[in-house]
Design a protein around this ligand. Structure first.
Ligand SMILES: [Zn+2]
Length: 355
């Protein structure tokens, strides 16, 4: 492990960073960064102390930094809840506590890898939770409160982009979609919405649908029901404030982590859970050709395609997008929002105010 430890906390305003040395002494003054400054924060960490980057420590309620940081070669660790003091109602464990935990008990932290993703080391628990949640998800699907794909007899497909907006990739995605007259759905995280409101406005103004993807991209089973609903409420409010329109009515759970406990916490919450039936796994950066091939091999009428525009290097997704759009259009499939895909037969989708 590195000789210094950078705890990174998230708050309603952005990130707070505290760097401690092996003796627990503060190495630099604590710093604050906006949700739009991930690239700057990474550059600062890489150049730290003449290139001796600190080990980065996050808690499991922050799923926005490990992807770009591991891709940039930083050493990233996750401190799980049983190692940490209780969190505030909104926000992660304070940065100093994260750095301190890494300093005093480094062996207990989970090293996060690019291949394993944010939940490295907790995959079994994740899959078991999703499996236990399946009966409830089936009930919700039958009741119209969970949606993974539309009718198979109507030639429409919904492309979806998660984890944005992003200072680099959102514009590129929007430009490509505009070129083809295609519409899509963007599941935004509140942390990025607050930092990049103009991009959210541009997305909405272009006729795309906005969805809720939580505030900080947490592993939902680690939240209390109150913390979970706070993540959704704050994100919905942020989107509505920025666009001046109604708050998003769709929620896509980070990692699709719908355990029975998460589903119970969401009971009665006014939202439609929105999943997917085509997973490009673009976050693992398998190559633009692979991403395009996955969509063109798997998508069928009614499909909801999962892709990412934020919280990582999405250059491959952007590179794959023209081939994806052209391939789907060539098969006679119309590219619509999830709201339109989910609209009952005989209607043209929700009125603009509901988009
Ligand atoms: Zn996500």
């Amino acid at each position: 492990m590195a000789e210094t430890y950078a705890g990174i906390a998230w708050t309603g305003e952005g990130y707070e960073v505290e760097v401690l040395d092996g003796a627990g002494r503060r190495v630099v003054e604590p710093s604050g960064w906006s949700g739009a400054q991930t690239a700057e924060l990474i550059a600062w960490l890489r150049d730290f102390d003449g290139g001796r980057a600190p080990a980065v420590v996050l808690d499991s309620t922050n799923g926005l930094l490990d992807g770009p940081m591991t891709a940039a070669g930083l050493e990233v660790y996750r401190a799980d809840p049983w190692l940490l003091p209780p969190r505030p109602g909104f926000g992660s464990v304070p940065a100093a506590r994260l750095a301190e935990r890494a300093r005093t008990a480094p062996g207990e932290l989970a090293r996060v890898t690019a291949e394993g993703g944010t939940l490295t080391g907790r995959a079994e628990e994740y899959f078991a939770g999703v499996k236990r949640g399946e009966p409830v998800v089936a009930e919700l699907t039958a009741a119209g409160r969970c949606f993974a794909h539309g009718r198979r007899d109507a030639p429409k497909v919904a492309l979806t982009f998660d984890d944005g907006p992003d200072p680099v990739f959102t514009r590129q995605v929007l430009d490509i979609l505009e070129r083809y007259g295609a519409r899509a759905t963007f599941f935004c995280v509140g942390h990025h919405v607050a930092a990049l409101p103009d991009l959210v406005r541009r997305t909405a103004a272009a006729g795309h649908e906005l969805g809720n993807h939580s505030w900080s991209h947490p592993y939902l089973p680690d939240l209390t029901p109150e913390q979970l609903r706070e993540q959704l409420d704050r994100t919905a409010e942020a989107v509505a404030k920025v666009t001046g329109e109604d708050a998003p009515t769709r929620f896509r759970p980070p990692y699709g982590a719908l355990s029975p406990e998460v589903l119970a916490a969401l009971e009665g919450y006014p939202t439609t859970l929105t999943m997917w039936d085509v997973d490009t796994r673009d976050w693992a950066r398998p190559g633009a050709e692979r991403i395009a091939a996955t969509v063109l091999e798997s998508a069928e009428p009614g499909s909801v395609v999962l892709m990412h525009e934020g919280a990582g290097d999405r250059a491959q997704t952007v590179e794959a997008l023209p081939a994806i759009v052209e391939g789907l259009l060539a098969r006679g499939l119309e590219l619509v929002t999830v709201g339109e895909l989910a609209a009952p037969p005989g209607t043209d989708g929700p009125p603009p105010s509901a988009r």
